[in-house]
Design a protein around this ligand. Structure first.
Ligand SMILES: Nc1nc2c(ncn2[C@@H]2O[C@@H]3COP(=O)(O)O[C@H]4[C@@H](O)[C@H](n5cnc6c(=O)[nH]c(N)nc65)O[C@@H]4COP(=O)(O)O[C@H]3[C@H]2O)c(=O)[nH]1
Length: 710
């Protein structure tokens, strides 16, 4: 019991200490004590248990937290898995759908394959049939190909032959023409010879009669001399008186001989009186008419024109009336001398009488306008010469003249008629104010006036910077531009744009083509230099037209060489266009010039090809690289069979000589196609572009380049 009490006491104290209190009175009530002790112990145990529980609870809380965290993670993962599952489920669904679709597609394919196989089988059967058929066709095609080749070969041969025939025909035609010309010339020459022979025969007959007469007279004289000698001898023998008589007779004979000589001189004088003017010594009207007949015959033979100029001194009557006839005669004599000084020995200066003179010039040009200009040049010279002051004895005198001119051709071949025409024209010159020349043909007068005025303007054009170069593109069969032709234009201040056809011939006749041609070459070189520095343009070849007179200058090669060097251009980009006719003027000289220029790299094109003789003989000797088909053949190429034949012949000729061939004046697609079909693949013409001033030309090329690059 005690121990229990103690134990209880201990518990109380322990409890009190646990409670932090002093054991209170009464606590020691034993029962109470033991209960308390038990309670204390129980409390302690509880407390201990509670502590344990607290620890455990804390541990559990930590474990819970961990679990909660792990649960959270699991939850997240579960959520992710749910999403992944959903995705998988969706993908599976899609795959199934796709599988179903594939299944359907497969079925369809299988069906189609089945169909195809059926079709293949059918085709195989059909092919077998076709193969047999094709084999037949191939055999036939091979046979046809051989036949075609043969036909093509035959056609080619035929074309070659046709081309050769065209050339041969041309040559034959030329030869025939020449023969006909020669025959005509021979006929005329024969006629003249016959006429001359007839004249000679007449003259011979006359001479024979005259000789016979002289012989007869001589015979008579000789007879008479013989008789005289006998008589003399007889007389001498008879007496000295007779010797005197002989002497007298000798003198008489001498006198007869002298009289005969006098007669000869008289005959010459009579002849002079018949054909020459006594005052001036010039041929008179009779001799002039005779010479005119001869000149007509010769003009008909050669085709060259001639002119008759009727010259009348202005106010000659006034001189005669005021100073008298002697002064008039002096003026006429000096006029005659001046006219002779203005003309050549082969020309005729005649005096018809009074103050009327005539100058006849033969061997003028075959071209009427050119002949007119030549006549005008001599006429002007005469007017200027007769306009100089005269010294008549001690008087200085001033005179002028009026001239009327009539050209030989188309006047009807009558000398009197031609004289009349020249006379009429002379009155027109008087009416026009004297000291001038007028042509009988008013049209000729107009043409010559216009030419003279144009020539005057042309002289000023170079200084006035009135010339321009226009440029025309040249293309190949794929429309690719490879070259350009430079073409001159004259921008006249009043006439506007003048085309070269209107002024180049005049420039050639007047010699102005030399400075103009040099300007063209130099401008072309400057342009080439500019293009050389431009990537788009540097491959262009520039063709320049060269006139015959320009080409045949002795220093032409040096001129071109100096321009090429001075402007530092690539000579291979410069091409000179020369016409056949200008080369034929002096073929040997042409070959030398062209070879020298080719050696420095300059190229050549033969312009207007087909319009000349187109002879293979000279063609193969020329160092040219290109033939240019003249536009006159291209114009009607689609419809005109002879143009077609000529063009084909030119193309064949170019190919056989290994030359490029270009057609100019191509205006339609049909013309281009025809040329292409015949083997000509280079063209120039309005179908592609007209000749343009440089700014427009550059713009055109840039536009083409832009379009190409788009
Ligand atoms: N109807 C037609 N004509 C076309 C066509 N395509 C080009 N043309 C023209 O044909 C002529 C070709 O020049 P060409 O035969 O050398 O003939 C040239 C040439 O001989 C000469 N010429 C031109 N420029 C010069 C030059 O600078 N110097 C020399 N010496 N002669 C020149 O004058 C001639 C005429 O020149 P252009 O009047 O410019 O006439 C040029 C040109 O404008 C087309 O499709 N249809």
């Amino acid at each position: 019991m005690h121990r229990v009490a103690t134990e209880a006491k201990k518990k109380i104290y322990a409890t009190a200490s646990v409670l932090g209190q002093q054991p209170k009175k009464g606590w020691l009530n034993m029962k109470r004590l033991s209960e308390l002790a038990e309670l204390g112990v129980a409390n302690k145990e509880l407390a201990f248990q509670n502590e344990e529980k607290g620890k455990r609870a804390a541990e559990l809380a930590i474990a819970n937290n961990e679990l909660a965290f792990q649960n959270g993670e699991k939850g997240k993962r579960a959520a992710e898995l749910v999403i992944a599952n959903k995705e998988l489920a969706f993908q599976n669904e899609e795959k199934e759908k796709r599988a179903a679709e594939l299944d359907i597609a497969n079925k369809e394919l299988a069906f189609q394959n089945q169909e195809k196989e059926k079709r293949v089988a059918e085709l195989v059967t059909a092919n077998k049939g076709l193969a047999v058929h094709n084999e037949e066709k191939e055999k036939r095609a091979a046979e046809l190909a051989i036949a075609n080749k043969e036909l093509a070969f035959q056609n080619e041969e035929k074309e070659k032959r046709a081309a050769e025939l065209v050339i041969a025909n041309k040559e034959l035609a030329f030869q025939n023409e020449e023969k006909e010309k020669r025959a005509a010339e021979l006929v005329i020459a024969n006629k003249e010879l016959a006429f001359q022979n007839q004249e000679k025969e007449k003259r011979a007959a006359e001479l024979a009669i005259a000789n016979k007469e002289l012989a007869f007279q001589n015979e008579e004289k000789e007879k008479r001399a013989a008789e005289l000698v006998i008589a003399n001898q007889e007389l001498a023998f008879q007496n000295g008186e007779k010797e005197k008589r002989v002497a007298e007779l000798v003198i008489a004979n001498q006198e007869l001989a002298f009289q005969n000589e006098e007669k000869g001189i008289l005959a010459t004088e009579l002849n002079n009186l018949a054909f020459y003017d006594t005052l001036t010594g010039l041929p008179n009207r009779r001799l002039l008419l005779d010479r005119l007949h001869h000149a007509f015959a010769s003009s008909e033979r050669s085709g060259q024109d001639g002119v008759l100029m009727f010259i009348d001194l202005d106010k000659f009557k006034d001189l005669n009336d005021t100073l008298g006839h002697n002064f008039g005669d002096l003026l006429l004599q000096q006029t005659a001398q001046r006219l002779k000084a203005c003309t050549r020995d082969s020309d005729t200066v005649a005096r018809l009488g009074g103050d009327e003179f005539v100058v006849m010039l033969a061997d003028l040009s075959k071209q009427p306008i050119e002949a007119g200009l030549q006549a005008k040049a001599v006429g002007d010279k005469i007017l200027a010469m007769l306009n100089q002051p005269y010294l008549l004895a001690t008087h200085e005198y001033h005179s002028t003249a009026s001239i009327g001119a009539a050209l030989f051709k188309n006047h009807g071949r009558s000398a009197e008629e031609l004289l009349k025409r020249a006379d009429i024209a002379m009155y027109q010159a008087k009416k026009a104010g004297r000291d001038t020349l007028r042509f009988f043909n008013p049209r000729m007068q107009e043409v010559i006036n216009a030419r003279i005025s144009l020539e005057g303007d042309l002289r000023k054009a170079l200084e006035g910077l009135q010339f321009r170069l226009y440029y025309q593109i040249q293309v190949d069969s794929s429309h690719h531009r490879f070259g350009v032709e430079a073409l001159i234009r004259w921008i006249h201040p009043d006439r506007g744009l003048v085309n070269p056809a209107q002024f180049i011939p005049l420039a050639e006749e007047s010699g102005l083509i030399l400075p103009i041609g040099h300007w063209v070459l130099e401008t072309a070189c400057i342009q080439l230099k500019l293009w050389q520095e431009d990537v788009l343009m540097r491959d262009l070849v520039l063709a320049v037209n060269i006139s015959a007179v320009q080409f045949h200058q002795v220093d032409f090669v040096a001129q071109v060489q100096s321009l090429v060097q001075h402007h530092a251009i690539n000579p291979a980009r410069l091409k000179l266009e020369i016409t056949e006719s200008s080369l034929l003027k002096n073929i040997e000289n042409a070959i030398t010039t062209m070879t020298a220029l080719k050696d420095i790299g300059v190229g050549f094109s033969l312009d207007d090809f087909g319009t000349g003789y187109s002879s293979l003989q000279y063609l193969k000797r020329l160092p040219i690289s290109q033939l240019k088909i003249d536009q006159s053949f291209v114009r009607d190429i689609v419809t005109d069979s002879s143009d077609k034949a000529i063009v084909c012949a030119i193309i064949a000729m170019a190919h056989s000589l290994n030359l490029d061939v270009i057609a100019e004046g191509v205006e339609t697609e049909e013309q281009r196609q025809f040329l292409l079909d015949k083997g000509c693949s280079h063209y120039q013409g309005h179908l592609f572009s007209k000749p343009l001033p440089i700014t427009e030309f550059d713009a055109l090329l840039s536009q083409v380049e832009r379009l190409k690059n788009e």
